[in-house]
Design a protein around this ligand. Structure first.
Ligand SMILES: CC(=O)N1C(=O)N[C@@H]2[C@H](CCCCC(=O)O)SC[C@@H]21
Length: 120
């Protein structure tokens, strides 16, 4: 059985909220991401995500968010754990890739971070 499924609503310490809709039998899932922070000055809007999780007890996963308010993409990867109280926790790393018109700026367009998500 699946101890730590990704389906449901999640929040991280930045205050961003994520909803993972149905996890299909092959581990694919769809969802939505409402970020609380942005590297742009654009108005933040709910953005779609697509991902895969393994179908093990404490699954590894990956997903991609296509931001609808900025020309950038974030890819997340991580694993689902249970804390000592049996609560699900998502330990993640991410890469935020921004777009630049000038290839000379390519070196500076990828941000890396780590973040933990808790069930909402
Ligand atoms: C979980 C976490 O750390 N993050 C989160 O919840 N929001 C920020 C970034 C939002 C990017 C918005 C689009 C843009 O600024 O181009 S994705 C990684 C980071």
């Amino acid at each position: 059985g699946q101890k730590c499924n990704l389906a449901g609503q999640w929040k991280n310490d930045l205050g961003s909220e994520m909803t993972i809709d149905t996890v299909f039998k092959n581990g694919t899932f769809l969802g939505k991401y409402l970020t609380a922070v942005s590297s742009t000055n654009k108005t933040i809007v709910l953005s779609p995500l697509i991902g895969y999780q393994q179908l093990t007890d404490l699954p590894s996963f990956g997903f991609t968010v296509k931001w609808l308010f900025s020309n950038s993409i974030t890819v997340f990867t991580g694993q689902c754990f249970l804390n000592t109280s049996g609560q699900r926790v998502l330990q993640t790393s991410w890469l935020l890739r921004s777009e630049t018109q000038d290839p000379q700026n390519n070196w500076s367009q990828t941000r890396l971070g780590y973040n933990i998500f808790y069930p909402l």
